[in-house]
Each structure stands twice: as structure tokens, then as C-alpha cells.
Design a protein around this ligand. Structure first.
Ligand code: PMP
Length: 440
């Protein structure tokens, strides 16, 4: 595979390492898969076969229905049916799809403002701003509140979009151990004193950036412990709730709701609409002062096409359903189902002696593989779609398969899946605990 060019590296050169090439070969069963229709409780995979030498695919034209444990659809709103779908179709007719201008020019629609009010109310902040992409919300907006001379302290496993945004801001970046408030305190202490008395504060601002629920680990941020450090070290806190909004807490309002703490101590609550709302886009919520500043300074607001109207409608309808403002208890039912399903699936897998990461209540259930073996292949053979993640998304020696649980999964879906995962565990010898693997 080694391609040698005349004296200069190929354009893709830096991305080609032995490990990534090997990874592609081993897990291409589950990556870059083409599907058809709606990825919801189930998905339809296009059947294909591969030419092993060139690693190209030929599609047969046939589709296969699979149980979907691979895409984020926590509350089942990706289903494309019912109240949400009906009102999305109506808005498509009244507002169409494209807007053709940025928010700062003539791209602010009445429904954008209504959704921003709804989001602020939903997450419990004075104001909110919405964007057409979650990734871009982080990548483009962090530089609107922090820059040179300031310090960002980031959880070591923060999402790439947070890393991009932090780097673009030109602030100094330091990391602390994943979800470890003691290590965060160590970094804060060192950053503030830098060998000098504690009163010396060499940074304009200190921002701590964490996620609500980490999608590779299934871990829930230790928010109360982090909040307890705020009065002493006087930092601002930014929480990315991409995976926790809608999915955690008795009212689905994210990590603050989960712990029963006030949102007033979290300075910026960011989130996406891609996981719990069956839509696309992102938001940042905070004080009115902060949001007006973002409207003036944020690249994502000034230079980008806003969220398309049908997407705005999908988000606002699903949010109203969660809040119970559609006049039914549909939202409550979905919130109960995602919690029950997630707890059940995680607990049953733990009983089977797999090594399962994650905190109870997480709708993402990661199962440790060590090596990214052919588990997706085994799962596909049993009509289950799963995603295997390996380096660089995880440390090199702890690849994992993640099961994404949804409120739309039935008890039978979960039981069938558990039976099949157990079978795969035996075939692939993944029940490490039973073999006392870790005590070698
Ligand atoms: N933040 C986090 C923590 C994420 O996991 C993701 C994507 N999964 C994003 C931001 C980007 O959001 P989106 O996919 O909605 O663009």
C-alpha cells in the first residue's frame, strides 16, 4: 500500500498510517455504510460486496432491515411520523427549505426567534441562539467568548468540535483527566498560581469546557463536584449537552436536571438537535448579555446559512412534546422509555460479564473490545446495526462497540439484541470478566 511520490508527500500522506489502514480493513463492515429510508428503530442497509484488493464496493440493489443500535435517536423523534412529521410538512409548504442569507442579514425568520425563546425556556437560561450545525456551533462560537491571553481547561476526551473551536480561539489550552474533578482542581491550582502566590492570576479569563454525557464512554459529567470548584477558582463553565439534552434528567432537560442543580451556575449551555430531537443543528444558551454579544461577534451567526424552516419545526414540535405542551403525555412516556430501556440494556450486559463502560442512565452503552475486531460483521449477520469505534476516537488499546438505545426500541427488540450480543460474545470471546481476564 505504500505510495511513494517524487520527492513530496501525497496529499493524503499524513492520514495514512499503518494503524488507520488496518483499522479501515478490519471495521469497514460498519463504516461508510449506505442506508436507505429513515434511520430510526430499524434501518435499511443496502447490500453490497467488496473487492478486497481495491476496497471498493458493488451494490446489489437489495436492502436488508436491521435493528438500529447505531444511530442517535434517544427519544425516537427520528421516526418521521406523527405530530412532528405532520407539522414539518406544513412548514415545508409555508416556508420552503432554503433561506439564502445569513442570520445577520435577512436570514432571521420569525420561527427562528420563536425557537430561540423555546430553547432558552427548555434549558433554563435567559436567551439562546440556534445554528444549522452542532459541530459548527462549537467550532465557530468558542472564539466569540475567549481568545489570546485566556485559558481553556478542557476534559481530555472532549469532542473534536470543542477541540477545533478551542484551537481557533487562540486561547491557551490545558487538559484534565477525563471526568476527574480532582485533576481539574490540580490544573486550576497550577494555572492560577504558576509558581507564584495564589493572588496572581495570569489569565484574562479561565473557561472550563466539559460535556454532559460522553458518547464514547457513556460517562455523565460530575457536575456537582465541578460546580463546587467555581467559587474558589472563579472560572466560567461551558457544558456541551449534545448527548444529554433530551436524554438525561426526569424532564429531559439535561445534566442540571439529572442532578437537580440550578442552571444558573453553568455560564454557557450548548447542545445539538441531532440526538434527542430527530433533527439537525445546535444552540448556545446563556445570559441575555452574552447572547447579544454572540449575535454581534459569532462567526456562525454572521457568515453562515441559518437553520432551514422544516428543521426548525421538527425541533420545536419535539421540544413541545417533551415539555407536554402538545396536551398529551407523549413526552413523559418517551422520557420514561429511554431511561427504562437504557438501564435495562446496560444492566443485562453487565450480568453477562462483558466489560461495559458508562454510568447508569446513559443511553449509550459501550462494550469494551480492546481490538476493533469483526464484531460489526457478526452483528450485521444477525440483523443488528452497531458502530465500532477505535483509535483515534478512543485510546489505541480500548476500541469498543457502542449500543445506542432509543425510546423507540421495544422490550422484544432489546431482548433479541441481548441474546444476539451474548452469542457474539461467546463466538468472539468477549466475556472477559468471566475468564478473569483482568486479573492475569
Ligand atoms: N458535540 C458533541 C459532544 C458531539 O458528540 C457532537 C456530534 N456527535 C457534536 C458536538 C456535533 O454535533 P452535530 O453532529 O449535531 O453537528
Amino acid at each position: 500500500h505504500l505510495r511513494v511520490f517524487n520527492g513530496y508527500a501525497p496529499l493524503t500522506g499524513d492520514f495514512e498510517s499503518l494503524y488507520t489502514r488496518r483499522l479501515y480493513t478490519r471495521i469497514r463492515d460498519c463504516w461508510h455504510r449506505t442506508i436507505s429510508g429513515i434511520p430510526s428503530r430499524t434501518l435499511h442497509l443496502l447490500e453490497r460486496y467488496s473487492d478486497d484488493y481495491n476496497q471498493t464496493f458493488t451494490y446489489t440493489g437489495r436492502k436488508k432491515e436491521m435493528l438500529n443500535l447505531s444511530s442517535y435517536n434517544y427519544l425516537g423523534f427520528a421516526q418521521g411520523e406523527g405530530t412532528c412529521a405532520d407539522s414539518v410538512v406544513k412548514v415545508l409548504k409555508t416556508h420552503s427549505v432554503g433561506i439564502g442569507s445569513s442570520r445577520a442579514e435577512v436570514g432571521t425568520l420569525d420561527i427562528h426567534l420563536e425557537l430561540e425563546k423555546l430553547v432558552a425556556r427548555f434549558v433554563g437560561k435567559e436567551e439562546a441562539m440556534i445554528f444549522n450545525m452542532g459541530f459548527a456551533t462549537n467550532a465557530l462560537m468558542i472564539s466569540a467568548f475567549v481568545g489570546k491571553g485566556s485559558l481553556i481547561i478542557s476534559d481530555e476526551l472532549n469532542h473534536t468540535s470543542l477541540v477545533f473551536g478551542s484551537r481557533l480561539s487562540q486561547a491557551t489550552i490545558q487538559k484534565f483527566k477525563h471526568n476527574d474533578p480532582d485533576d481539574l482542581e490540580r490544573v486550576l491550582r497550577d494555572a492560577i498560581s504558576q509558581g507564584q502566590p495564589r493572588t496572581h492570576r495570569p489569565w484574562k479569563k479561565i473557561i472550563v469546557i466539559v460535556e454532559g454525557l460522553y458518547s464514547m464512554e457513556g460517562s455523565i459529567v460530575k457536575l456537582p463536584e465541578i460546580l463546587a470548584l467555581k467559587p474558589k477558582y472563579k472560572f466560567y463553565l461551558f457544558v456541551d449537552e449534545a448527548h444529554s439534552i433530551g436524554a438525561l434528567g426526569p424532564n429531559g432537560k439535561g445534566v442540571c436536571d439529572f442532578y437537580g442543580v440550578s442552571t444558573s451556575d453553568v455560564d454557557m449551555l450548548m447542545g445539538t438537535f441531532t440526538k434527542s430531537f430527530g433533527a439537525a443543528g445546535g444552540y448556545i444558551a446563556g445570559s441575555s448579555e452574552l447572547i447579544s454579544h454572540f449575535r454581534a461577534e459569532g462567526f456562525g451567526h454572521i457568515y453562515a446559512e441559518p437553520m432551514p424552516p422544516p428543521v426548525v419545526e421538527q425541533v420545536s414540535m419535539s421540544m413541545k412534546i417533551i415539555l407536554g405542551e402538545d396536551g398529551t403525555d407523549e413526552g413523559k412516556r418517551r422520557l420514561k422509555a429511554i431511561l427504562d430501556n437504557s438501564l435495562y440494556f446496560m444492566r443485562e450486559l453487565r450480568k453477562m460479564d462483558f466489560i461495559i463502560y458508562g454510568d447508569e442512565g446513559s443511553p449509550i452503552v459501550p462494550l469494551l473490545l480492546f481490538q476493533p475486531g469483526k464484531i460489526s460483521h457478526e452483528a450485521l449477520a444477525r440483523d443488528m446495526a452497531v458502530v465500532v469505534v477505535g483509535y483515534p476516537a478512543t485510546p489505541i488499546n480500548s476500541a469498543r462497540v457502542r449500543f445506542c438505545i432509543s425510546a423507540s426500541h421495544t422490550q422484544k427488540d432489546l431482548d433479541d439484541a441481548l441474546k444476539k450480543v451474548s452469542e457474539i460474545g461467546d463466538v468472539m470471546q468477549l466475556k472477559f470478566k468471566k475468564k478473569n481476564w483482568l486479573s492475569w
